[in-house]
Design a protein around this ligand. Sequence first.
Ligand SMILES: *Cc1c(COP(=O)(O)O)cnc(C)c1O
Length: 494
Amino acid sequence: MDVFYRSTRDGNMKYTASEAIIQGLSEEGGLFVPSVFPHLTKTLKELSAMEYKDVAYEVMKLFFSDFTEEELRFCIEHAYDEKFDTEEIAPLSFVEDAYYLELFHGKTIAFKDMALSILPYLMTTSARKNNVKEKIIILTATSGDTGKAALAGFADVEGTGIVVFYPKGGVSRVQERQMVTQKGKNVKVVGIKGNFDDAQTGVKKIFADKEFEAALKEKGYILSSANSINIGRLIPQVAYYVFAYTRLLKEGRIAEGEEINFTVPTGNFGNILAGYYASKIGIPVHKLICASNENKVLYDFFESGVYDKNREFILTSSPSMDILISSNLERLIYEIAGEDSEKCASLMKSLSENGKYEITPEMKERCASFVGGYASEKEVFARIHEVFADTGYLMDTHTAVASAVYEMYRKNTGDELKTVIVSTASPFKFTSSVMEAVEGRKSDEDDFALIDRLSAMSSLAIPHAVEEIRNAEIIHDTVCEKDEMKKEVEEFLK
Ligand SMILES: *Cc1c(COP(=O)(O)O)cnc(C)c1O
């Protein structure tokens, strides 16, 4: 079955997967969505005998139907290799009453690696397929983890360049160090004086600037995105939901067809949307539990049907979830609006003009497989402390948001279905918060001293990604105002 990509805001658009991957965002600002959801062509049982790469192939071939098998396998082989410190790529840990799907065994020790280690291959393959001669310049706004994962993926990839914008002061020290020490002759990292939403809005503005686009094209450049608005990032994420389910099946923890829940620590709504897509292609999912930190705009949305970003932006210990505009929600809105792009466009217009919109009761009914929840800072710290004390399992702050929300969900609903908690970062990426949680007090030691103690205490080896930046030289120190982002891009392309 051929799958095309339509825009959430314009029903007349129709692109192949490779065209959509190159372009990133649709011209009028909409996101690309698949025209249909094909069903997995292998049974769950058959999939449970496969390793990660083969499961990934089974998923991606459905959505990227204009890629040949050879092309897709090439991308997958190069993405999921020794860059990961575990052969399973995405191992499951059974702790207390839930399964933790560990997506942090890649190069930058956060789940963004799952998609960003393949995106550069998908993108260069797409460019070749479409005879694109221009150099592809990736612009990315990051709340901390996307930036490094994208830099690591695209550094020194022929025919590409990458500029990453992050909120100065809004990411963890390890995250910042990871980015500003990035090597590569085609990379640039810029801190902006603003928060993640400012960075994301700034990037979207540059994408929407037609004059700029034309001027760049003249010079031999086209812009694309490595944010989760790119379907080249979203679709590879569907694979680990399928993989998690089939692992449980393989180990005899569930019966074929048994429904399970996923709890996902959510920011931009990309990860959890991939879980939803997995349910649409045949994974039996009961609930997708959308876990927010104190920036609980999504919780309020699922409760009330009103999305309202007009509120205080709170900096939390889970910075990758400090987001008030969850871009990928637009893809769900499009769907629950009955694939009505006009309706979707008008809601998004209301979001950009008034900072809010309300969905109809009918639309709300259509997102019944989602449940919102949120955890306060206090609950997150308590959860890390409690699980480590009880079991010795150490989780990072983002995963702890999901874990705390799941505990509350279970208590409140009595739902005892098997549940996978999507574990999005290594505790070493957020060491100072994790140590504060475990020890019950803030320490004034520097990050690397804490990292050494965390390792000794937990008997976990310090990941290579952390060792690598311990003594690395700082290469990028540019900081700009939030309305100077375009200038920084021009500067880079000079
Ligand atoms: C990006 C990120 C999230 C949020 O994922 P979304 O796809 O933006 O919802 C959660 N945890 C970590 C560690 C992340 O890096």
